[in-house]
Design a protein around this ligand. Structure first.
Ligand SMILES: CC(C)(COP(=O)(O)OP(=O)(O)OC[C@H]1O[C@@H](n2cnc3c(N)ncnc32)[C@H](O)[C@@H]1OP(=O)(O)O)[C@@H](O)C(=O)NCCC(=O)NCCS
Length: 263
């Protein structure tokens, strides 16, 4: 990326939704929802975080970024969640294969048990299409790290969704993420952005998101027909979905890779 193409850091204002509750509507507007494939909005675990009343618990961990030249226009968002990890809670000793889903379930269970969180989990960064390719995601990643520190935590764990894996869904995930450029950085742009921001690549989360639906639902989500059982590719998926005509369902299991940012 040339320096000219970069979005100047000083043009971006980042605030939590606690600080700027007026930006909440825009931060979760249809423009952001359209930034991910439709089927990804049907992971039932997501409601434990994104449903209105659940989100009220996490306002200190949701970042909205506005462009100084278009004040109050939200151009990017970052969401994260505090969780108890390695604090003695049973089952919290390693980063789970159920990645993204498990982070949200852990946070929900912690809230119910009034357990004190010890680390922050990064859930997503979304940059609106007109602002992509200009380094905004890296500014958002830095802002997420700073917010983690400001909230009193020293560790940010991200189940990263490599942004170009969907171009080759059949490639085994471990093989894909092992690809490096001659300069030693990952070939995948989003994984590279994490490493450049100081992230350390850890273990694979093989079942980070699990999305199941009837074949009618999958057709509505993707605009595709599923006439045969077995593996099928759908646009935006990092791996094939598994279709069963006999059972009238299909299941998508998304792999992610855990990355640790020591704040
Ligand atoms: C993934 C996403 C956040 C990246 O945001 P962005 O602001 O466009 O990314 P950046 O401009 O900061 O670029 C990050 C890296 O990716 C590279 N990159 C960006 N777009 C690219 C493209 N279309 N092709 C190849 N490389 C690309 C950049 O060159 C940069 O790498 P470099 O610094 O080594 O050159 C954005 O595309 C997005 O919001 N996607 C939808 C939501 C999503 O998938 N989020 C990630 C999972 S939570």
């Amino acid at each position: 990326m040339t320096e000219d193409a970069r979005f100047p850091a000083e043009r971006l204002t980042v605030a939590t939704l606690r600080e700027r509750p007026d930006l909440r509507g825009q931060t979760f507007s249809s423009a952001f929802e359209a930034a991910v494939p439709e089927f990804m909005r049907h992971d039932p675990v997501a409601a434990l975080y994104y449903a209105d009343r659940a989100l009220d618990r996490y306002l200190d961990f949701v970042l909205a970024a506005t462009d100084r030249e278009a004040p109050d226009r939200v151009i990017a968002r970052a969401t994260s969640v505090p969780v108890a990890y390695r604090d003695g809670t049973p089952g919290r000793v390693r980063l789970p294969p159920a990645g993204w889903d498990e982070l949200i379930r852990w946070a929900d269970a912690d809230w119910r048990a009034k357990r004190r969180p010890t680390v922050v989990g990064a859930l997503e960064i979304i940059v609106l299409p007109p602002y992509r390719g200009r380094g905004v995601s890296q500014l958002m990643l830095d802002a997420l790290v700073v917010n983690t520190w400001n909230r009193g935590f020293g560790d940010l764990y991200a189940p990263v969704r490599p942004s170009h894996k969907h171009h080759e869904p059949a490639t085994p995930f471990a093989e894909y993420i092992a690809r490096h450029r001659p300069d030693g950085l990952p070939v995948d742009p989003w994984l590279r952005a994490h490493v450049r921001a100081g992230g350390r690549i850890l273990n694979i989360a093989s079942c980070s998101m699990v999305i199941a639906g009837t074949l009618e639902e999958w057709s509505a989500w993707t605009g595709q027909r599923f006439d045969t059982s077995g593996a099928a590719d759908v646009a935006g998926a990092l791996s094939p979905i598994q279709v069963s005509r006999e059972q009238d369902h299909a299941v998508y299991v998304e792999p992610n890779i855990w990355v640790h940012h020591r704040v």
